[in-house]
Design a protein around this ligand. Structure first.
Ligand SMILES: Nc1ncnc2c1ncn2[C@@H]1O[C@H](COP(=O)(O)OP(=O)(O)OP(=O)(O)O)[C@@H](O)[C@H]1O
Ligand SMILES: [Zn+2]
Length: 843
């Protein structure tokens, strides 16, 4: 049974007068929960998981989540009363609260930070929340039956454009004002909004229909025609309505009516004649609440028939699920993992319960959602940050109400109010984008989803062509099950990979700017055959820095220790760390020469140069800069799918799981910076990136090839990429990890110390490291060290790495020690202003 129903009601039915208290999670980074007293009359309404309104501090009025209900007054302060209850039923479920507590403990942050990240802002109210009159409500004319308190609010709103919750509380001088707000919202007299962003309001369409008696009473329609004869424009409206809604054939059609806009757009009918007919009482106007996710009820298409090896994989997965909770599907790129997932989701749906399908990237959801909607219709919910607040709140509510049984989403979908999960799928499980770097909670959605599945006794399927070393290790040690798919679907083969030595081409003078002769020829060939090309460059912007030819001056960020990137489209120099930007200077500010040159290259430059090198090709770019708008991902992907564009240039966004049938060539423009990145995961990451981007080629009937440009073709990682030798990579990596004590053999925690003053940052880090060493042991603490980028947003950084052995280590107590050390540091007068960030399992 769903856990939603097993909620902790107040311990006693409210027959005798028990005094109850509620521990609430405020959406603030507070180290503990606060206890509020439940007014007696609210005893039955305050439930675990509902939102309540409380006063916090002298001025703030906040909405927060009830985490616990009990009879214990707080020993050290006088509990304030809860002011109001916002929800009739919990909006946060019991398993969700357990998960949130786990996230806070594991990732060393506060529950408030978790709640803040979890709730869509449309579900968060603060003293900043304001109400205003509903734009369609006119208090002078519209007659609504209002309670005296409601009248008071409306009266105040006629004199003020907007009121905050705090102001309303003062106005009504009573504790319980939210029910009046709620009632006024239901009466459509007011709306709530959070500053200027949109509020959670259902989407409404204006519709019109014939007034009932024209339909119900015999002969009325004919009479109406006669009456309207002298007004041809109005008659036109009537005729047009009857054409679209043939009520003379079926009078029941009238009830649904038609969208007003459907009558006015693309027709000669004027809105004013429609309005006149409404005034005359011939037509009536009404509002209908519609879903923001209008999907067809019926799935359009049956799922594809699984091939023999896909079926085998599916059966193996189901078999392994009998003994294990977690299984990895290791299937090469293009092996058809998605279809296996779809089949498993169907299977899970039959058993009841909810399914979460996690993807690492919004770009990928665009394609997968199209595939899933065909199979699951309106059972499918979609969740990511390009959705508006309202849309996200609607998905949240839809999951609670059981409307969405299958949810596809990116990282933040692990916060959704599932309460009856049966299956979690984590696609491209190796992806670093599952980890949130900033702000807290610095969680990894993969680990979090695994914990969520565990808490709800659901099964988890991880999928990847290039599994993370940690995941594969879990399979090798038999904790998790492993299922392989070693062939591509249908006739498709893995692409052939060719390395191009840029150094040699430069000597032979066959380079065209950043394009080797080889890559350019290959592109021309493919384009001539009307096939498509994907180019990958791991840097956005035009150039990572510029420099003066005369004096070697390089512009740096004012706030960070990095050079500014050049963005040509707006002629700007921009910091990719803090967003600082300035106009590109015309001449060198240091020496006055006009010889500023861009150095290195990013996706924007690749796009630019292609326009010269291949003037007939349509080129599109997909990176952070071109995907800011809500639908830009979909547009770029659709254009490429439909063959409108021939070449897609992009950052890592183009490497992840995308499926285009006509791509026969993939070019990696500069492989070297990726391999030489200073990190213990650099080789693993490089392998994953190269294999994944290569995997976009030759997915259907066309033979695919890959060209990798490098200055160091001897680099051993390339051999593994060319031979798709994942096991070779794994064995090499796992040995190194063991030898040098890295995950999966230890757990890492990175502590970053920040201070505006460089010396203070250094001293604080030294003190912290010393204390940590005393508590945890010398072996466990590395650093402090100055990171490669040593200043960001005007803060100087120092890093300490903690390595905790997997065996014989009480993780909880170690984290407790770390938290205590940080707490003590901040008590020292010199280090009060130090910021300390803990990142557990840093990516
Ligand atoms: N059973 C099937 N019937 C028809 N087409 C299929 C079937 N299975 C897979 N395909 C097609 O093969 C292509 C590759 O499948 P899919 O995108 O699922 O691969 P994948 O394993 O997820 O690859 P990647 O790891 O690169 O994302 C897709 O175009 C898909 O439609
Ligand atoms: Zn900066």
């Amino acid at each position: 049974m769903s856990e939603l129903l097993n909620f902790n009601y107040p311990p006693e039915p409210a027959t005798e007068r028990v005094t109850l208290f509620a521990d609430v999670i405020l959406p603030l980074p507070l180290p503990k929960l606060y206890t509020y007293r439940i007014p007696f009359e609210m005893n039955d309404d305050v439930l675990v998981g509902v939102r309540v309104i409380v006063q916090f501090g002298a001025k703030k009025v906040l909405s927060c989540i009830v985490a616990d209900i009990h009879e214990n007054a707080p020993p050290d302060y006088q509990a304030k009363y809860i002011l109001d209850v916002l929800d009739d039923t919990p909006i946060v479920t019991a398993p969700q609260l357990r998960l949130f507590k786990w996230i806070a403990d594991y990732y060393m942050c506060t529950l408030g930070e978790v709640i803040n990240a979890a709730l869509p802002s449309a579900l968060k109210l603060s003293s900043e929340s304001r109400i205003q009159l509903h734009p369609h409500y006119n208090p002078e004319e519209d007659e609504l039956i209002l309670a005296p308190q409601e009248e008071k609010i409306i009266f105040a709103l006629q004199n003020n454009p907007a009121l905050t919750f705090t102001e309303i509380a003062t106005l009504l001088q009573g504790k319980s004002y939210h029910k009046y707000i709620k009632s006024l919202i239901q009466k459509e007299a007011i709306i709530i909004f959070e500053q200027i962003s949109d509020k959670f309001a259902p989407k409404v369409v204006k519709k019109i229909r014939l007034t009932e008696h024209f339909v119900q009473e015999e002969g009325m329609l004919e009479e109406l025609f006669n009456q309207l004869a002298p007004q041809p424009k109005q008659l036109d409206v009537l005729l047009s309505y009857l054409q679209k809604v043939p009520v003379h054939q079926d009078i029941n059609l009238n009830y649904k009516g038609i969208e007003k806009s459907a009558l006015t757009t693309n027709s000669h009918l004027s809105a004013s004649s429609i309005n006149t007919l409404v005034k005359k009482g011939v037509l009536e106007q009404f509002d209908q609440i519609v879903s923001r996710f209008p999907l067809d009820n019926e799935p359009k298409q049956l799922p594809m028939v699984l091939s023999e090896y896909q079926l085998k994989a599916k059966d193996e997965i189901l078999g392994l699920f009998k003994e294990k909770d977690t299984v990895l599907l290791h299937g090469i790129t293009g092996s058809g993992k998605t279809e296996v997932y779809i089949d498993l989701i169907k299977h899970a749906l039959e058993g009841g319960g909810q399914i979460l399908y996690l993807l690492p990237e919004i770009a990928l959801t665009a394609q997968i959602v199209t595939r899933l909607i065909k199979v699951f219709g309106d059972k499918l919910g979609v969740y990511h940050s390009k959705f508006s607040d309202n849309e996200r709140a609607e998905v949240w509510q839809g999951i609670l109400a059981g409307r969405f049984q299958v949810v596809v989403g990116v990282r933040s979908a692990v916060f959704l109010p599932f309460h009856d999960l049966s299956l979690v799928i984590i696609d491209e499980e190796h992806e670093p984008s599952y980890k949130q770097y900033d702000p807290a909670p610095r969680y990894n959605a993969r680990e979090t989803a695994l914990m969520m599945a565990h808490l709800q006794s659901a099964k988890t399927l991880l999928g990847s062509a290039t599994p993370s070393i940690e995941t594969y290790y879990n399979c090798q040690t038999n904790r998790w099950g492993l299922v392989n798919m070693h062939q591509r679907f249908g006739e498709a083969q893995l692409p052939e990979t060719e390395l191009v030595n840029i150094r040699e081409e430069q000597l032979r003078k066959t380079m065209h700017s950043h394009f080797s002769g080889k890559l350019l020829t290959a592109m021309e060939e493919r384009l001539q055959r009307n096939e498509q090309v994907i180019l990958f460059q791991n840097r956005r912007g035009y150039a990572p820095f510029i420099s003066c030819d005369e004096c070697s001056w390089i512009p740096k960020c004012k706030n960070c220790a990095v050079s500014l990137s050049y963005h040509k489209y707006n002629n700007e120099l921009r910091c990719h760390y803090c967003g600082y930007h300035e106009q590109m200077p015309h001449d060198c500010p240091a020496c006055g020469a006009t010889t500023l040159k861009s150095m290195g290259f990013g996706t924007e430059k690749v796009e630019d140069e292609l326009k010269l090198l291949l003037p007939n090709a349509e080129v599109q770019r997909m990176d952070l800069d071109t995907t800011k708008k809500k639908n830009s991902y979909q547009q770029i992907i659709a254009d490429f799918e439909n063959g409108k564009t021939n070449v897609l240039v992009g950052t890592q966004m183009v490497t992840k799981g995308l499926d285009f049938e006509n791509v026969s060539l993939v070019g990696i423009l500069n492989a070297d910076t990726i391999i030489n990145f200073p990190d213990f995961r650099a080789h693993e990451r490089a392998y994953q990136l190269f294999v994944q981007v290569s995997g976009r080629a030759g997915r259907k009937s066309k033979a695919g090839s890959v060209v990798i440009q490098t200055r160091d073709p001897q680099q051993p990682i390339f051999r593994k990429v060319i031979h798709n030798d994942y096991l070779g990579l794994y064995e090499h990596e796992i040995e190194e990890r063991l030898r040098f004590s890295y995950p999966p053999f230890v757990r890492m925690i990175r502590i970053t110390v920040k201070h505006a003053d460089e010396r203070t940052a250094e001293n604080a880090a030294i003190v912290l490291a010393k204390d940590l060493t005393d508590r945890l042991g010398k072996q466990q603490v590395l650093g402090p060290e100055v990171p490669y980028i040593f200043r960001i947003r005007n803060m100087f950084l120092q890093e300490i790495h903690i390595k905790l052995p997997r065996e014989n280590m009480n993780l909880k107590s170690a984290k407790g020690q770390i938290a205590q050390t940080i707490f003590n540091l901040k008590l020292m007068p010199d280090f009060k202003a130090t910021r300390v960030v803990t990142d557990v399992d840093p990516a």
